[in-house]
Design a protein around this ligand. Structure first.
Ligand code: NAD
Ligand code: IPM
Ligand code: MN
Length: 345
């Protein structure tokens, strides 16, 4: 039986994971689950955010489904970095070798009213952000902090750029065949290098895909002003982090954006939002992003595209009938999950 490691994590993590598991148990009853404490919960149980045994179980599994980690922003400032929940997440990504992070953001037809943008701008938006996940400032050495200064290093080598770029071009071929690579080549050498290597991969292996390059600042503006100009956005780790939170607002809420982190082994699936400590335990968190992440798991790790599509349609139906509070509706997590289940039966 296919094995899924489940890491509910902190804050709203356990709530959104429990919704996603209800859906999965209905549409994929053959999957087997092993659950582990992770993040602040991991520190409480094992003394570290990601215990080595948990990482090993994740590596041996067929897929990992994760909620979210972390406490109130700034709450772990005085704790050594390796003991912070976010470091557990970075260790997990690195340990699974998931370098390609797919973050789709689309406005479903008929749900344009959930977007804060004018309906004519929101209508038809369908962007896939391909965020490089194992390089750049997040992992670059040297890095340090002292009473005198703090610094990080943004660096990319040929292989790191090329393998991420290939995912973007491959994905584009199944969509509108357009990739926009985003960088700050006007300021940073690492970006100039990124642009050059992306162009090389394009010219040699994907000349049929349309490739453009944009600066990250301009892209942030255009993503709001004219989001339909984008099909696949390919970008480095840090820009991808910012731009995907920004892109989540196009359909209406951070609570709608799923993600798949893929590499050459086990895939990791998680919503892009955090542990939302301000609403944890209140029964109001929107579980759509996590349910949609589970759908991505069915599509990419278990090769069940029809089941994934069924789950996506059911989420869409629930967004019509029972929008959650973050979308201006009144449904709680329970009502929303029930609406998804109802649409599936
Ligand atoms: P956040 O994403 O947790 O929350 C930002 C805002 O969006 C909050 O007001 C929250 O209530 C709301 N929100 C988020 N998800 C929602 C959902 N599904 N439904 C309804 N509302 C939702 O970001 P933050 O407050 O900056 O960070 C909180 C903690 O989460 C921090 O410790 C941060 O490091 C961590 N974090 C973890 C992940 C992850 O585990 N992947 C991602 C981002 C942030
Ligand atoms: C995300 C999060 C993480 C990131 C943090 C929690 C490490 O913000 O998944 O977008 O910055 O990658
Ligand atoms: Mn983020």
């Amino acid at each position: 039986m296919p094995k899924v490691v489940v890491l509910p994590g902190d804050g709203v993590g356990p709530e959104v994971i429990s919704s996603a598991l209800e859906i999965l148990k209905l549409v994929a009853p053959d999957l087997e689950y092993q659950e582990f404490a992770f993040g602040l919960a991991g520190i409480e149980k094992y003394g570290v955010p990601l215990a080595d045994d948990v990482l090993e179980a994740a590596q041996k599994s067929d897929a990992v489904l994760m909620g979210s980690v972390g406490g109130l922003p700034g709450s772990t400032e005085n704790v050594p970095r390796e003991m912070r929940p976010e470091s557990g997440l970075l260790k997990l990504r690195k340990g699974l070798g998931v370098y390609a992070n797919l973050r789709p953001s689309s406005v479903y037809e008929g749900l344009e009213h959930l977007s804060p943008l004018k309906p004519e701008i929101a209508k038809g938006v369908d962007v896939l952000i391909l965020r490089e996940l194992l390089g750049g400032a997040y992992f670059g050495e040297p890095r340090s902090i002292s009473s005198e200064e703090g610094y990080n290093t943004i660096r990319y080598n040929v292989n790191e750029v090329a393998r991420a770029a290939r995912w973007a071009f491959e994905a584009a071929r199944t969509r509108k065949n357009r990739v926009c690579s985003v960088d700050k080549a006007n300021v940073m050498e690492v970006s100039e290098f990124w642009r050059r290597e992306v162009q090389k991969v394009h010219d040699l292996e994907f000349p049929d895909v349309e490739l453009t390059h944009e600066y990250a600042d301009s892209c942030a503006m255009l993503l709001v002003k004219d989001p339909k100009r984008y099909d696949v956005i390919l970008t480095e780790n840090l820009f991808g982090d910012f731009l995907s939170d920004l892109a989540s607002v196009l359909p209406g809420s951070l609570g709608l954006l799923p993600s798949a982190s893929l590499g050459d082994g086990t895939g990791l699936y998680e919503p892009i939002h955090g542990s939302a400590p301000d609403i944890a335990g209140m029964g109001v968190v929107n579980p759509a992003a996590t349910i949609l992440s589970a759908a991505m798991m069915l599509r990419y790790s278990f090769k069940r595209p029809e089941v994934a599509a069924r789950v996506e349609s059911a989420v869409k139906a629930a967004l019509f009938s029972n929008p959650t509070r973050d979308l201006g509706g009144s449904a709680g997590t329970r009502e929303f999950t029930d609406a998804v289940l109802k649409a599936l039966i």
